[in-house]
Design a protein around this ligand. Sequence first.
Ligand code: GCO
Length: 389
Amino acid sequence: MMSFPDGFLWGTATAAHQVEGGNSNNDWWAWEHADHTRCEEPSGDACDQYWRYPEDLDILVELGFGAYRFSLEWSRIQPEPNEWSTAQLDHYSRMLDACHERGLMPVVTFHHFTNPRWMAADGGWANPVNADRFADFCAHAVGVLGDRIGMACTINEPNILPLMGWLWGLFPPGIEQDLDGYQKATHTLIDAHAKAAAAIKAGPGDFPVGLTVSMNDWIAMPGAEEQLEQYRHAHEDVYLETCRGDDFLGVQAYTRGRVDEKGMMGHEDGVEVLPMGYEYWPNAAAGALRHAIDVTGIPVYVTENGIGTDDDEQRIRFLRDSLTQVAACIDEGLDVRGFFHWSLLDNFEWAFGYRMRFGIVAVDRTTQVRTIKPSARWLSEVVNTNRIA
Ligand code: GCO
């Protein structure tokens, strides 16, 4: 039996654009509706969480979770460069209050992949000025919301944005193989994290502030150790190294990356492959945690881990194995403080649309009715007993 320390924080994670619905003033909405993109379908009403958040928070309470990680939609709060929406800030105020009324810690992400259209039109993350604009947004939002925030994540997976947006063309602005744009976006995002963290710290409230980074469990074939270092450095360490002074790091891990002397390798024969196209790899979180702590030396939370699958038994198997390894990391003495399952709900999985089901709660796409899955009950047992039976 594996157990978790007292006070270990259990939560689930979502992002505004993936669950709220109707976020028509951001670059993703534009991207979903553009003819030339590889998006399978538009986000539309998503899970209508903009209106249904009380019901979703009730589900978290019923399952015994202590925290909810969600994001603020910048394009709602600052619809134009010089316009701020008090009504939208009030909306997030009500969400924070609703969390506290239920005893849930709100973990607030200030940026989760989407940009206001005006910011995207002015170069997006490739324009260094947008780091200051983002910090300005953070200062404004924290001024209203800060007294009720439990923990803050500045930017979700800044390492994914340049990769998807400037090299692979899967996220807006949809550019492929633009190394210069990739590097500019990387620099702006690193700068934006530092400036946003300072702005959030300067506001009301006193809560931990950190970054969340997308990480793999990296494995080098014999003789390819140097190639692995190069890959990992460009993709992850360049961000981790800037986090050493932060309150915590959020580790988000879903699979592994294997490297041989020729570069990134394909799937290994015999290893299950998930609908997302990568290997089923329950050691992802533990492997990433070890490396994250090695590089940063700061406390870490798993801020995302889970799988997109229609097979809920497979999800339970994944979670059992993944959490067993996370518990082993804690036994080894690593400072791991919490685990946030991605995700609470089946939601809008970006270019894949609604085909990928990462939730422990199903959502009927027509009626929006929520149905708790067996995996939610399984995880609830772990959360309530603080151990894996
Ligand atoms: C990410 C994001 C989430 C995804 C999740 C599943 O890691 O890409 O934070 O928005 O939905 O990771 O792919």
